[in-house]
Write a new protein. Sequence first.
Lengths: 193, 253
Amino acid sequence: MIQLILFSLIGALLVFALFFAMRRGPRTEGSSKALVGARQALNSLQAGLLPPELVERIFAPEDYEYVVSQAPKDVRDLFCAERKKVAIMWVDQVRQQIRSLMRFHLGSARFHAGLSFQTEIGLAVDFGGLLIACRALQVLLYLRGAYSAPRMVGATAAAAARVCRISEESLAFLNAASIGGLGDRSAGAAHLL
Amino acid sequence: MPSSIIWWAGILLEAVILFQGLRSRSVRRYPFFYIYSACVLLVAVSTYVVYSSNLSAYPIWYWSAQLISLIAGYGILLEIFKHVLSPYPGAEKAARVAGIVVFGAIFCFALIYPLIKSQSSPGVTMVEFERDLRTVQAIFVSGLLVVIAYYGIEIGKNMKGIIFGYGLYIVTSLVSLAVRAYAGPSFTEVWRIIQPLSFDVSLVIWMTALWSYHPAPIPESRVRLEAEYEALAAKTRGAMGGMRSELARVARP
């Protein structure tokens, strides 16, 4: 019986592998278009979605203290629920940055004949770990709320800034080489950078 | 009677695939696949002849023929390397190394397994032998597909059909052989229908996918990196270390 289960599991593994390999859409990372896309996404995050002052405002304990002291229970509950949603959305943005970095790395690494299998396995584990950590953080925020840990506020703001800076660095080291190497089609794209 | 219909349908589909492959000149583009197809057609026809003329020789012939077609099936893995992975040297290397690691692990297991098995059960039957070979094939194909999915490699219509059809056949073969080995001769009648029927389904998939030639998608012009792979990996690793420490700080109450 154990053998039957084992072979069925191997069969199931192949079914899953087939499903994921077949449904995967084309990935453009590694191309000039992807470089510009990643850069534009980062710019919009830094300028519009995740400036430190905005993050500080979202997690500001003063707002919570004010609402708690002035508003009735219904309003207080609504406020906490809305802030929790915003906090969870912020972690989702961090997650997307990690995914973007991962996609960018894979999109570039797949062309390198000098790729190190050991390094790739290590990175795959790290990426997986980080993505799981983000999910865990989202669960934590969902269960305990945005104001459950006051020290989270400063760290959250720092993390937001840090994530954007890291993403910027990971894109910047490609810029110098890519602008010179890309063809006519990429000339406009390089200009955008 | 139903098994005869399935058998003849398989032979007919094989012939159509080969004819269409010659007509559309896909034979030149996917030589290993068509060698496999020709091999399977010969095996199917010869097995039918043996079954009709000399029933006593059929079991030995059947298992020999199965082994030949199973080995020829590895040609499909070569097609995957040639048409899907070769434009991506990094991913190709990862698949190659993963293949060697898997082979090493299976080889070690094959050395140890008989020592463990001899204590608990008698010799290996042909059903178990084919099941074990299909398992090796399933692990190899899964490994290749994991690399393809992980690196987000786009597969052309022809190769998609070849891989999907073959993968489906391996899965049904593996599971039906495992059930047969577990349930014993009582499952033989069902297995005689399931095995060729699943192959006919794969043949229909191949026929549809290979009816006309669709070139494999060419990757977009790659960004020429100033830094080498080591620099890219180190940069990514460094960035992730920073992210991890920040996330740890955030998670701390």
